[in-house]
Design a protein around this ligand. Structure first.
Ligand code: COA
Length: 333
């Protein structure tokens, strides 16, 4: 792919999402660990989550979401030039999940790779793809957030297992039509001094899983929930405010805020601080829990298909996750 110096406006041409069939409710979890529907609902807002089948991998969910986004964009997979999958639960450590997606879609022309930015991954991918199209590196891109978190959850740890779920969301980006929708501003940030707050400690080169440590469940999610909560509120507020300001918008211009779907209390605290009314905030975490990189992508597709915004409306997406990472995007649809 060749570079050119042009700076073209970029728009979202289609969205898609997929969640697995199996529903795991809070009542189901009451049988698995010492918890209650009341505790989970009041602390998080989550009522149920989806769990992928054993033979249903991250790439399978990504492909299903992709097909819907491509269909809506009116783009044939063979014309795709770039595929970025944001995931922390890849099919395999290598090759990238994006390679499986490229093959299954028959998108032979597309360069395909993964990025790992946890719950902010979909918006990191959006920024990257927007910059690549805008700079003339490629004409279009398929970006995905896709996760099979159920494979990396310790189902005996009540403090984490109630929070997460599986699913995938996709968006097709391409050069904007004159006078049409456009990605107006993006923001990404990282604070690598707090890697201990939320991580999967084992299974990487720092701590391979061995016969000796296999029973410690080191390849499952570990989190210091209270500290993550505080950081999430501040970082999401600052990131969302930055894209709103840089787009020349005011909070009252935002038709819909689509925040990362981790915890209803985090969403309420962020919303209050950005001064956007509650009825302009999209929430679906009660159905899916926290699907990490997939959360904003699924929420974008669901809210779009539900007609929560339309051509000319301004929306803001904002996310926060392990790393620590945060990201946002302001879009005129
Ligand atoms: C995880 C979270 C819901 C916990 O809520 P909290 O109010 O901070 O709860 P605490 O961790 O202080 O735990 C309070 C008590 O509930 C208990 N508890 C934890 N999980 C429980 C569960 N599923 N059911 C019942 N009790 C539970 C704890 O053991 C603790 O008991 P103790 O006081 O006897 O020690 C909250 O910290 C949170 O949402 N953090 C952000 C998580 C997140 O969104 N992460 C992803 C960001 S991308």
């Amino acid at each position: 792919m060749s570079e050119s110096a042009s700076q073209l406006p970029v728009a979202i041409a289609g969205t898609g999402s997929y969640v697995p069939e199996r529903v795991l409710t809070n009542s189901d979890l009451e049988i698995m660990v010492e918890t209650s529907d009341e505790w989970i609902t009041t602390r998080t807002g989550i009522k149920e989550r989806r769990i992928a089948a054993e033979d249903e991998f991250t790439s399978h969910m990504a492909v299903k979401a992709s097909r819907k986004a491509l269909e809506q964009a009116g783009l044939d997979p063979s014309d795709l030039e770039l595929i970025i999958v944001a995931t922390i639960t890849p099919n395999t450590l290598t090759p990238a999940t994006a390679c499986y997606v490229q093959h299954d879609l028959g998108a032979h022309k597309a360069v395909a790779f993964d990025i790992s930015a946890a719950c902010s991954g979909f918006l990191y991918a959006m920024k990257l793809a927007e910059r690549m199209i805008s700079g003339g590196t490629c004409k279009n891109a398929l970006i995905l957030g896709a996760e099979k978190l159920s494979a990396f959850v310790n189902w005996d740890d009540r403090s984490t297992c109630v929070l997460f779920g599986d699913g995938a969301g996709a968006a097709v980006l391409k050069e904007a039509e004159p006078g049409g929708g456009q990605i107006l501003a993006t923001d990404t940030g990282t604070d690598g001094s707090q890697t201990d707050l939320l991580n999967i400690p084992g299974g990487g080169s720092a701590c391979p899983i061995t016969l000796e440590n296999a029973d410690q469940r080191l390849s499952t999610l570990a989190m210091v929930g209270t500290d993550v909560f505080k950081q999430a509120v501040t970082r999401m507020r600052d990131s969302a405010n930055s894209v709103i300001e840089r787009s020349g918008l005011r909070p009252e211009d935002i038709k819909l805020l689509i925040p990362h779907q981790a915890n209803l209390r985090i969403i309420e605290a962020v919303t209050k601080r950005i001064e956007i009314p509650e009825d302009r905030v999209f929430v679906n975490l009660h159905k899916y829990g926290n699907t990490s990189a997939a959360a904003c992508a699924i929420a974008l597709d669901e809210s779009h298909r539900a007609g929560k915004f339309g051509p000319g409306d301004h929306i803001v997406l904002v996310a926060f996750g392990a790393g620590l990472t945060w990201a946002s995007a302001a879009i005129r649809w």
